[in-house]
Design a protein around this ligand. Structure first.
Ligand code: ADP
Length: 517
């Protein structure tokens, strides 16, 4: 292959004519005009050169042999920005079959009939090279945008992750004050703080989810599951909002069990997102219906409201990222236009689809999710979504986090919930405390300098009484990959920071007072 730097290869003309003399003449003329070119001996040589870059091809009709589709195959695989100009030198007179074929299979073909004046040939070649230069500009633009896009995705992920860290201690302390009744400014103030912090946690969670989805980092734990408990969990999650807006909710499900292949948590998230939107975009005292039907081979889940509706023209856009149809409306100010994007992505990851319907402003809205129904039996051991269990007394708990605020506030919250808590800010202290205190549960921050959560877990597990403690991972990321890693490392739970009250209560209620009682 010709030894040229990349940028010169990209600007060159590849020449393939059967007559060496013709090719040499054209080459000499073009070089004279400062145009880079490479003469190829045959089609194989042309294809080899083409692989490393070319701006255009000058080809004689004679070499376009019938039945040789190799060049056409390469041309058909061009990237979207590329439309390689091909100048085809034809014989005078009637059009041959090979020329007809070349026009239909080689794409951007210009016919140049021989004999040809040198200036005409040179100007045709120049305009082909100019056209190619514009294609390179498009390529540069697309490349730049793809990078910019990746940077934006990375930025979103980092932003969401960083926002979670300060939120964890704030939420913990708000809960401590609320639950212990020691707030001096009155319960309303604390309820307000609680609401605002929870709202911010939700926004940050959505951002994090979105960035995971755009970067293809969400993995589903698919298993055959019954839909009824999933629907119930979603309704429970949305119930406080529904009740505070004094809406009525009617749920209808068929008596027969409906089984889908899916991720229970994610499907509950889909339904809950739709219910929350129905609550949000309906004036107080409205009606929301959640209807589940089997329309084999699909399960159809419909969430309908009597709310402000959606203008018809906006319906196709509502699932797009950051789209808010009711932009001026105060209701839209409580979101980022991400919820429905998550809904659509999750539904599609389940092999389903979702559509929005509305007769227009004031006429209410309807969201219809369709999922493939399966004939499989649901697994019994799979993920269950439990309610808030009863709390047992004085469980011994060790909290390990190098972030003092996070550790202390979580410790305080666990104490308010009835646990006997010790706190360590590094691995060595954690192991010391473990040996002295024999906690029934050990909350470990994963990302710590020096000995990280995984290493501490390993050392605890290696101890004679190391299996008696429930290991709970605390992480800002909470991704499926991390979950699998913590599971393999012997963690029984994996809580994303800031851990919510229900999960903490759940951990406490599933352990005894301590390993040694
Ligand atoms: P947001 O955070 O703005 O609620 P979503 O992605 O959940 O973001 O929804 C996008 C937009 O679709 C909303 O801003 C709203 O204009 C419209 N929308 C969603 N659900 C409903 C509904 N049930 N009724 C009316 N409009 C809705």
């Amino acid at each position: 292959m010709t030894n040229l730097p990349d940028e010169r290869r990209e600007r060159r003309l590849l020449i393939l004519t059967p007559f060496g003399k013709d090719a040499a003449l054209v080459e000499a003329m073009l070089r004279n005009e400062g145009i880079e070119c490479t003469v190829c001996a045959d089609v194989s040589g042309l294809l080899r050169e083409l692989e490393s870059g070319a701006a255009a091809i000058l080809l004689a009709e004679e070499v376009v042999v019938e039945g040789d589709s190799r060049l056409a195959a390469v041309i058909s695989r061009q990237p979207s920005w590329s439309d390689l100009p091909i100048l085809l030198l034809t014989r005078p007179g009637a059009e041959s079959i090979s020329v007809g074929n070349a026009i239909s299979t080689l794409g951007n073909v210009t016919l140049l009939e021989r004999p040809m004046r040198v200036v005409a040939l040179s100007s045709a070649i120049r305009s082909a090279l100019r056209a190619r230069a514009r294609q390179y500009q498009t390529r540069a633009y697309l490349l730049e945008r793809d990078q910019a896009d990746r940077r934006k995705d990375e930025f979103l992920a980092t932003l969401a992750h960083e926002l979670r860290n300060p939120l964890a201690p704030i939420r913990n302390w708000v809960n401590v004050l609320r639950l212990s009744g020691t707030g001096e400014s009155g319960p309303e103030f604390l309820e307000m703080m609680d609401r605002q912090v929870n709202h911010m946690v939700r926004l940050v969670d959505d951002l994090l989810e979105l960035s995971r989805i755009t970067r293809g980092k969400i993995e589903l734990r698919m298993e055959p599951l019954e839909l009824a408990p999933v629907v119930a969990a979603a309704v429970e999650a949305s119930r406080p909002l529904i009740e505070s807006a004094r809406h009525t909710l009617a749920v209808s499900m068929p008596d027969e069990p409906i089984v889908v292949s899916g991720d229970a948590i994610r499907l509950a998230q889909v339904i809950s997102n739709l219910l929350n939107n129905a609550v949000k975009y309906t004036d107080h005292g409205g009606c929301i219906t959640l209807d589940v039907r089997l329309e084999r081979p699909e399960v159809v889940i419909t969430v309908r409201d009597t709310g402000i509706g959606i203008p018809m023209a906006a319906l196709p856009r509502v699932f797009d990222m950051f789209v808010q149809v009711h932009e001026g409306d105060v209701r839209a100010q409580t979101g980022l236009g991400i919820g429905l994007t998550l809904v659509r992505s999750l539904v599609e990851m389940h092999g389903g689809r979702v559509e929005a319907r509305s007769e227009g402003p004031g006429a209410g809205s309807e969201f219809v999710v369709r999922l493939p129904a399966t004939a499989l039996k649901p697994s019994t051991a799979g993920s269950t979504i439990s309610g808030v269990p009863e709390l047992r007394e004085m469980a011994r708990v060790l909290v390990v986090d190098d972030n003092h605020d996070a550790a202390d506030s979580l410790g305080a919250l666990l104490s308010v919930l009835g646990a006997d808590v010790r706190i360590a800010h590094d691995g060595n202290r954690a192991l010391e405390l473990f040996d002295a205190f024999h906690p029934a549960a050990t909350f470990l921050d994963l990302g710590m300098p020096g000995m990280d959560g995984f290493e501490i877990a390993r050392r605890i597990r290696a101890r004679a009484d190391g299996r008696g403690t429930m290991l709970v991972a605390l992480t800002g990321w909470g991704q499926e990959r991390d979950r699998r890693r913590t599971e393999e490392a012997g963690f029984a739970r994996h809580l994303a920071k800031p851990a919510d009250l229900d999960s903490l209560q759940d951990v406490l209620s599933s352990i005894g007072p301590s390993v040694h009682g």
